[in-house]
Design a binder for this molecule. Sequence first.
Ligand SMILES: Cc1cc2nc3c(=O)[nH]c(=O)nc-3n(C[C@H](O)[C@H](O)[C@H](O)COP(=O)(O)OP(=O)(O)OC[C@H]3O[C@@H](n4cnc5c(N)ncnc54)[C@H](O)[C@@H]3O)c2cc1C
Length: 402
Amino acid sequence: MSRIVIVGGGAAGLEIASLLGRSVNSQDEVVLVEGETHHYWKPRFHEIAAGTFDSDLDSLCYFSHGAKNGYMHYQAWMTDIERSEKQLVLRKPNGEVDKLAYDYLVIAIGAISNDFATLGAKEHCLFLDTPAQARDSWHQISTLLRSGKERSINIVGAGATGLELAAELAKVSAKLANNPYAATLNINLIEAADRVLPNSPLKMSQQAQKRLEEYNVNILLNTRIASVEAHRMTTSDGKILAADVQFWAAGIKAPDWLKNIGGLQSNHANQLIVEQTLATTADPSIFSLGDCAAIPQVGGTQVPPKAQAANRAAVHLAKNLVAHLEGKPLKPFVYKDGGMVVAIGHDFAISTMMNDRLVLKGRLVRRLYDTIFRLHQKTVSGLFTMSRLIIIKRLKCMFKPA
Ligand SMILES: Cc1cc2nc3c(=O)[nH]c(=O)nc-3n(C[C@H](O)[C@H](O)[C@H](O)COP(=O)(O)OP(=O)(O)OC[C@H]3O[C@@H](n4cnc5c(N)ncnc54)[C@H](O)[C@@H]3O)c2cc1C
């Protein structure tokens, strides 16, 4: 009998737990260690922050999902690995410390925002790293929206996270425009590079910027934040940007405590360095994937930290582990980038395809964006459940009282 322990039930970890839970022999055991009770799809955290997320239909409870899909949910946070004993050190929600033995360990704990040690950012900015932070953001935004006055929001970072958040907040504010008690939101999207979506093709950045400007988002390019205080930010050239609420969405890294955990090798962003098989370089029984892993590709590139890549690596590793338990060799993970899709509000998205040669935009592309989430839902819960959820959501939108 083998026990496979997966740490982190996000885009990658939940898929592996579900796929393995449904396919390993009954004598093998699959355990998902995750500190949260419910799974939320991280690329939709900005919707939680803007109050537009449907938690009834678009989240799932790990405990009951595990019972139906052949894995056990252990609600705890991993804090350390004792590799010589092949066990994890865990902290339960009540603070108790426990240990859990593994035969194979998969680390998929994701990433957190990188504030690049900017003075005051940690204390005075909101982050969208966890569902609790996203909910807390909504509580602050909700109060702001009800103030009936002109209010400002600073968002640092015009990558996918910052841009999607700015667009969602702008759309919510626009919807409330005729309400005499609603605030008018001035949204500042602040980016150190010379364009939004700096890691995407130029055409995509231009289209995204145009759309955001139509939503009245104030885009500040070539603007580096030097320090943050309560209700204001100071740029590197001394300009003050006042705001009622401030978000930090510039860059990501794996958490500091992951660096060299249990003697495993990690890089400058604290990501665990793995082989192309997704096994860590120092220990063939420990695997890592998703945003917390540095996954090499042929030609010296690295798999990008995005949901699509996390999902594909998860499906690959699940198959690999099943084969490995049957004594077969591990196969390398080859990532074929299917392009990038960024949602700008609920009815518009922009995407790149064909190795960034083609840029598409519009309502249909927004459906494509939704498809990525639906494919994740299909992997974790099956085609039947995914289809039911789509139908229920459509009906709910049609018949829900305003
Ligand atoms: C607002 C926003 C918008 C985004 N938009 C896009 C987009 O449009 N397209 C795209 O491709 N990507 C997008 N991303 C990035 C995408 O969400 C990530 O690349 C993806 O979720 C990474 O998957 P993962 O499984 O590695 O980590 P995650 O999905 O972050 O999951 C990590 C899990 O590990 C758990 N965990 C953390 N620490 C521990 C611990 N110590 N012990 C146990 N469990 C732990 C967490 O609770 C979480 O459930 C967006 C991200 C954000 C925040």
